[in-house]
Ligand binder design. Structure first.
Ligand code: FMN
Length: 297
């Protein structure tokens, strides 16, 4: 790993580095389509795995393993598990949404370059459960942190990742010879892609929308009212990003960086609801000095 990537803690990120981190977060996508029929270099995969392996973990337990699945026949078997699980899940979906559910592409198991199953070994440090005595599930959460590191690093490398959770876990364990005390956390489709969509597939297809962030912020206790300046600051970010992404839009603030968020929170819901992933993506791709870099100055 090049030295500049492992600078000692306390070293500050410069503006470009900050931009890059946020860009990876705002333009990461769950990819099910657009996989290219090309392989993935082991050198690239090694970097993604190293990023995953540097995730935080409870008690520094590092409970993860990474099963790399390349074999076409095995992948076809996993896809069969997906198809069966999808049929089982379908009746649980609201009746009026079932037709849309059927149309959604929810995996890229066979089209991607390879698959990776990230697992959690629940017994890895069972004799010293630092941080897990009261909260035994923390090892699972640690493994999810590894998944997210992998996902973000992949985005930075131009590699698509799609998480497939519509699989019956016992059947997957049996197919991949995963022992009883090990839990499969994420089954990932991984490979080079022709594009990253500007917004979530499920948003594009009308399944859901990103919730307004100010509505999710609480003060002191669950459902506690307050934090108006913070909510206003959040809405302000959305407004600036939307304005930069679409300067012709008359309904948003001018695309001039403002250091202070407006004091009034009155436009909160309007702003947040007018901001979408495409705006974030375009704004972040606009380069250094734009949002979100701007708001960090
Ligand atoms: C735990 C988890 C499980 C998921 N399972 C699936 C899945 O089975 N199939 C699928 O197409 N997407 C799956 N996704 C992807 C989500 O649908 C996706 O993250 C969400 O729609 C937002 O889109 P984005 O990741 O592109 O921002 C999963 C994501 C997570 C975090």
């Amino acid at each position: 790993m090049p030295e500049h990537m492992t600078a000692a803690s306390g070293d500050e990120f410069d503006q470009m580095a900050r931009d890059a981190v946020y860009r990876a977060m705002f333009t990461r996508r769950d990819v099910r389509s657009h996989f290219l029929p090309t392989g993935l270099d082991d050198a690239v995969l090694a970097r993604l795995l190293l990023a995953a392996h540097h995730a935080p973990s409870v008690g520094f337990m590092q409970p993860w393993n990474f099963i790399v699945i390349r074999d076409a026949a095995r992948r076809a078997d996993v896809r069969d598990l997906f198809l069966a699980a999808r049929e089982q899940e379908l009746p649980e979906i609201e009746v009026e949404r079932q037709a849309l559910y059927r149309k959604l592409k929810l995996e890229g198991i066979c089209e991607s370059a390879l698959n990776i199953c990230i697992t959690c070994d629940r017994e890895r440090s069972k004799n010293s459960p630092l941080g897990r005595w009261h909260n035994p599930e923390m090892d699972l959460y640690s493994t999810v942190c590894a998944v997210q590191n992998f996902w973000l690093a992949a985005r930075a490398e131009g590699v698509g990742v799609g998480w497939v959770s519509i699989i019956e876990p016992q059947a997957l364990k049996s197919l991949l010879s995963i022992p009883e005390h090990v839990t499969p956390i994420a089954y990932l489709c991984v490979g080079r892609v022709s594009e990253f969509a500007s917004k979530p597939d499920l948003e594009t297809h009308g399944w859901g929308r990103r919730l307004p962030l100010p509505d999710l912020i609480m003060s002191e206790t669950f459902c506690g009212q307050g934090e108006t300046p913070l909510k206003s600051a959040v809405a302000h970010l959305n407004t600036v990003a939307a304005a930069q992404a679409n300067p012709a839009d008359q309904c948003v603030a001018p695309a001039v960086p403002q250091r202070e968020p407006p004091k009034e929170a009155s436009a909160l819901s309007f702003n947040s609801r007018n901001f979408d992933d495409a705006s974030a993506s375009r704004a972040s791709q606009a380069g250094s000095g734009t949002w979100p870099a701007m708001v960090l100055k």
